[in-house]
Design a protein around this ligand. Structure first.
Ligand code: ATP
Ligand code: MG
Length: 570
């Protein structure tokens, strides 16, 4: 029999990064592992980042290591403290704790000193060519580049010029520091890549101390190395950067961090680059970064998604080596998995129509019993008031129903969930022919747990008029109509594909107990918010904009994947 130890990696279903880590640990390459999550504070985090967070923090937890949070703040122009704060809030909300909060900008002095070290070794030079000239002399994939006329400056001249660059003697764009590698290298990124540029701009942390800033490739690997990151995990598009990552570390003779790439997470019906998300916010196509339709973590949080659901999703998606597109319904499935176990059940009616039980005593009030959550025995019971006046969902009644309609119809019967069977006797309309009330009779022998059980085909949800309160309810759907937003036709503008039905608002009626529960906990954008199931309608959460006078709910998701069903039907 296979014990856990003798099983192969495949049998234990390790992903390829776990295989590498286990091999490294087995060979004694590292005593323990250190990973990092390295966001650039230039926007809000999205579900793709959540994947990276779950992976980096998850690996450290699994193998008893630690994870650093490192802000990759090397570009002073686009970065902001607002983003730093939101990133920390998001990671904490997802349930992870970083060992150290670090900033690439804290390493500016060290990086600068190291750059001088490379200059001294003849491995870096100051180039006076313009950005355009540098681009044009880089060659193409099939043709080599040409050497810069400044490539053979002496070590002394380079050291002097680089110092003066740092001292602010030159204007933006007039000089750069480049690594001296090989202008005919098959990997274009190795053709004397730019290490530093001049940028007279204030940085959100270092202020006006620096006017030269390191490029990603010179900053990232060195930051990893300073922190002794053992496994530096990034997305696939960085695989071409790896030789350069290794080159700097080798030439500087510093701690050998290693970079590993996995496939970016892409999800159907959404876009995931910070640039596009920013554009959606700025052009007011959505209501801010935390619009519940946004794939941002703050949006998903406001929508009512749970950290556990998102972590489950990250696990299900796995770690792929090739780019792929994950169906949005998998994310919703994971959220449902979590909420099904944790969300108390209540009833609400989104589009109410009044029902009068003509044979029910005027002043009588009964209390039906039901479990708060049938999936959780410890959740306890709820008591559901029942009286002569009720509300049901407008579309649970049809005057002229098609064959397989098992809900309420004139002369037909239906069971009110946890309550009696009722029969529709009379349809009351206003002068325009709109139905205003249904007059029904109830069968007193059909109360659950009493009398003789009689079954009818349909069961519908309802609310007692005395126990119903008005609330604004937001219903959400996919943000974009197209599944694969990454392969739109040439020249297409992704903004044209916004789903006009992605957000609708209705005035609904909600069980007063549910409402009180939601309002008690409303305050937070945080974990304390109560998500609840409104039976047959889906999972809901109170929005932080709720007030006592206007309670607001967001629908987290429906109970079943109605979308997948429509797809199947074609
Ligand atoms: P975007 O392209 O959306 O603006 P980014 O890669 O520029 O994102 P960073 O702040 O640089 O954003 O990313 C921080 C970390 O998150 C990086 O390690 C990056 O590889 C990872 N990451 C970003 N997007 C995804 C994604 N869609 N799937 C998995 N990991 C991602
Ligand atoms: Mg980036």
């Amino acid at each position: 029999m296979n014990t856990e130890k003798t099983k192969t990696a495949e049998e234990r279903s390790l992903n390829f990064i776990e295989e590498i880590i286990e091999a490294d640990l087995a060979q004694g390459k590292y005593k323990s592992i250190i990973t990092r999550f390295p966001p650039e504070p230039n926007g809000y985090l999205h579900i793709g980042h959540a994947k990276s967070i779950c992976l980096n923090f998850g690996l450290a937890i699994k193998y008893g290591g630690i994870t650093n949070l490192r802000f990759d703040d090397t570009n002073p122009i686009k970065e902001d403290v607002e983003y730093v704060d939101s990133i920390k809030e998001d990671i904490t909300w997802l349930g992870f704790q970083w060992a150290n909060e670090l900033y690439a900008s804290d390493y500016f002095q060290q990086l600068y000193d190291w750059a001088h070290g490379l200059i001294a070794k003849g491995l870096a030079y100051v180039d006076d060519q313009t950005q355009e000239e540098i681009r044009q002399t880089r060659g193409t994939v099939t043709t080599p580049g040409t050497n810069s006329p400044f490539r053979n400056r002496s070590v002394q001249e380079n050291a002097d010029l680089f110092t003066r660059m740092k001292n602010g003697e030159f204007p933006n764009g007039s000089k750069v520091l480049r690594a001296k590698i090989d202008m005919s290298h098959p990997n274009m990124l190795m053709r004397d890549p730019v290490m530093y540029r001049i940028l007279h701009a204030d940085h959100h942390r270092t202020g006006s101390r620096w006017c030269i800033y390191p490029m990603y490739d010179y900053a990232h690997g060195q930051s990893d190395s300073i922190e002794k990151i053992t496994h530096s995990i990034c997305t696939l598009e960085f695989d071409v950067h790896r030789p350069l990552y290794d080159w700097f570390i080798e030439k500087l003779e510093i701690f050998p961090s290693h970079q590993y790439e996995f496939a970016r997470l892409n999800i159907t019906h959404t876009v995931m680059s910070k640039r596009r998300l920013l554009e959606l916010v700025q052009s007011e196509l959505v209501n801010g970064w935390d619009d519940p339709r946004m794939p941002t973590i703050s949006g998903l949080r406001r929508r009512g998604y749970t950290p556990a659901g998102i972590r489950l999703f990250s696990e299900k998606v796995g770690v792929a080596k090739r780019d792929n597109l994950i169906d949005f319904s998998l994310l919703e499935w994971c959220i449902r998995e979590d909420l099904n176990k944790t969300a108390p059940r209540y009833m609400a009616v989104l589009d109410p129509i009044k029902v009068i039980l003509t044979n029910y005593p005027e002043d009588k009030l009964e209390h039906m019993k039901a479990s708060l959550n049938p999936e959780d025995a410890s959740a306890g019971e709820r008591s559901i008031p029942f009286s002569k006046e009720l509300y049901i969902e407008r579309d649970d009644f049809m005057e002229e129903p098609p064959k397989k309609f098992f809900r309420l119809r004139p002369g037909g019967e239906v069971r009110l969930k946890y309550g009696y069977i009722i029969c529709c006797e009379n349809v009351i309309k206003d002068e325009n022919g709109n139905i205003t009330e249904l007059h029904c009779t109830y069968d007193p022998d059909t109360k659950p747990g009493t009398g003789t059980w009689r079954s009818v085909k349909g069961t519908i949800h309802w609310l007692c008029a005395r126990h119903a309160a008005t609330a604004q309810v937001h219903l959400y759907d996919k943000l974009f109509t197209e599944a694969d937003m990454g392969s739109l036709p040439e020249g297409a503008d992704y903004k044209e594909y916004i789903n006009p039905l992605s957000h609708t608002t209705v005035q609904a009626l909600v069980d007063k107990d549910a409402l009180n529960l939601a309002l008690q906990a409303k305050a937070g954008k945080d974990n304390t918010r109560v998500r609840m199931q409104f039976e047959r309608l889906g999972y809901f959460v109170a929005d932080y904009n709720s007030s006592d006078t206007l309670p607001v709910f967001n629908r987290v998701c429906t109970l079943r994947d109605s979308y997948a069903k429509t797809l199947k039907k074609g």
